[in-house]
Design a protein. Structure first.
Length: 159
């Protein structure tokens, strides 16, 4: 997001570092059921086109994803990551649909209006499920939801 106050960014990062991410390993383990089931992308141009297509949908905008997502080549990184209010870095191995949707879920949940929730908390898991259902289909959504239940990943957000 443009124009974020430097102090707010520092404060946000401090708070996020202090939050316990108790579901991280559970989410990573659970999502293995859909890895390699969706689209595989050969290069960053294909990834960028896919993300642009997602960001233009009314569904994405309804989830408050109105801002542009910047995709970076993740060379030198071991893991895919979302950072800096709308930037995603993807190493070559991570250029697959499920991982891209995982990182997009982070941009919606963790970088939206200083949302102080755990990186892989309930809000993230719920958003990830929604993205998988919309962009990978109901079958992959059902697999992921079942795996979340089996791995005790909480994804229900109470109002």
């Amino acid at each position: 997001m443009e124009g974020l106050d430097k102090y707010k960014k520092v404060w946000y990062n401090y708070i996020m570092d202090k939050l316990r991410d108790t579901q991280r390993s559970k989410v990573y383990h659970a999502e293995r059921v859909i890895h390699h089931h969706g689209k595989q992308f050969k290069n960053m141009e294909e990834v960028d086109a896919y993300v642009i297509r997602i960001c233009k949908t009314a569904f994405w905008k309804k989830l408050h994803g109105a801002y542009h997502i910047e995709i970076k080549d993740g060379r030198g990184r071991r893991r895919a990551c979302a950072f800096n209010w709308g930037t995603i870095a993807l190493p070559r191995w991570a250029r697959q649909e499920a991982i891209i949707l995982h990182e997009l879920a982070h941009t919606l949940v963790n970088f939206d209006n200083y949302n102080f929730t755990a990186w892989h908390g309930k809000e993230f898991a719920k958003t990830y499920l929604l993205l998988v259902k919309r962009f990978m289909g109901k079958e992959e959504h059902a697999k992921l939801k079942t795996s979340f239940k089996e791995n005790h990943v909480h994804y229900t957000v109470r109002a």
